[in-house]
Write a protein that binds this ligand. Structure first.
Ligand SMILES: [Zn+2]
Length: 292
């Protein structure tokens, strides 16, 4: 399954320099999607995180480091989300853009096991903040290729309207619910929760690979029973084992809530994208929270 997207990815890399357009390297899916939406046919976008790969603590190949060095624009998310990417930026010759530097305002919670993080990185899951990332990308592409700035602005405006509509759907869709507590696999939904009045209790912390303690799991089980939580949320790219055990013990079910850190090869192949996955997430949340 991985062969096709990887091949497509590397052929784009091979073409860098020879094909026209702004050469963009994006460190993971939401930034690649923003660059593609804004840049259209005037950009060539290389995503460092292959489909189905979890982007937290991504490791880079020498070819990817070379791609960072030579790109016209490098889009990344700072604050310790992908330290290997941040380490590789020193030799970049193009523009280097931390697309969410001013947006990361949720602190790292006490007890977080990922010591490299300086803030909660998951800003892209709030459509309103994602719109600001799109605008940052518009600015970066317009500087790199001023001749097409007008097209970039038109594309960013059109995509921004889709994101505004998505925000409206979330506001009305989550406006009248029986419950507001979401138990998630890792703490990816803090910004989304803050925007739409939800409360998040994660099994792991801000990074998906942290093992929860037995004490934390026991406290979560009590909370799920006390609050009548119906659904424990899992992710495609993280083992659902702990979530399934918790759900079984507490009499709840599981459902996938996608943190959009990477599309799986199946999702990419089916034409899914940020907006369509966010709509699926909204339907999943509405069912789990008893929204009318
Ligand atoms: Zn995450």
């Amino acid at each position: 399954m991985l062969a096709a997207p990887l091949a497509a990815c590397s052929s784009r890399s091979d073409a860098s320099g020879s094909s026209g357009g702004v050469q963009v390297v994006a460190s993971f899916y939401p930034l690649a999607e923003a660059a593609q939406q804004v840049g259209g046919s005037f950009v060539s976008v290389d995503n460092l995180t292959a489909p189905g790969v979890e982007p937290h603590d991504l490791e880079l190949t020498p070819q990817q480091i070379e791609a960072i060095d030579t790109a016209d624009v490098v889009l990344y998310l700072g604050g310790g989300f992908q330290p290997a990417v941040e380490d590789a930026l020193g030799d970049a010759t193009g523009a280097v853009i931390d697309a969410s530097a001013s947006l990361r305002n949720l602190p790292v919670p006490a007890g977080e096991s990922d010591a490299s993080l300086t803030a909660d990185p998951h800003v892209w899951l709030d459509p309103t903040l994602y719109q600001q990332i799109v605008d940052e990308v518009r600015g970066a592409l317009s500087q790199a290729d001023p001749a097409h700035a007008q097209a970039f602005t038109a594309n960013a405006d059109a995509y921004g309207r889709q994101l505004e509509q998505l925000d409206g759907e979330y506001r009305s869709g989550l406006g009248h619910c029986e419950r507001s507590l979401i138990v998630t696999s890792h703490a990816a939904f803090g910004y989304l929760s803050a925007r739409y009045g939800l409360t998040q209790e994660p099994i792991s912390g801000l990074s998906p690979d942290a093992e929860p303690t037995p004490q934390h799991l026991a406290a979560l089980k009590d909370l799920v029973e006390r609050e009548g939580v119906t659904t424990i949320f899992t992710e495609e790219l993280v083992s659902p084992k702990v979530a399934e055990t918790l759900a079984n013990e507490a009499g709840a079910t599981t459902a996938v809530l996608n943190p959009l850190e990477s599309l799986t090869p199946d999702e990419a192949g089916a034409g899914d994208d940020y907006v369509s996955v966010m709509r699926t997430n909204l339907a999943t949340l509405r069912t789990a929270l008893g929204c009318t």
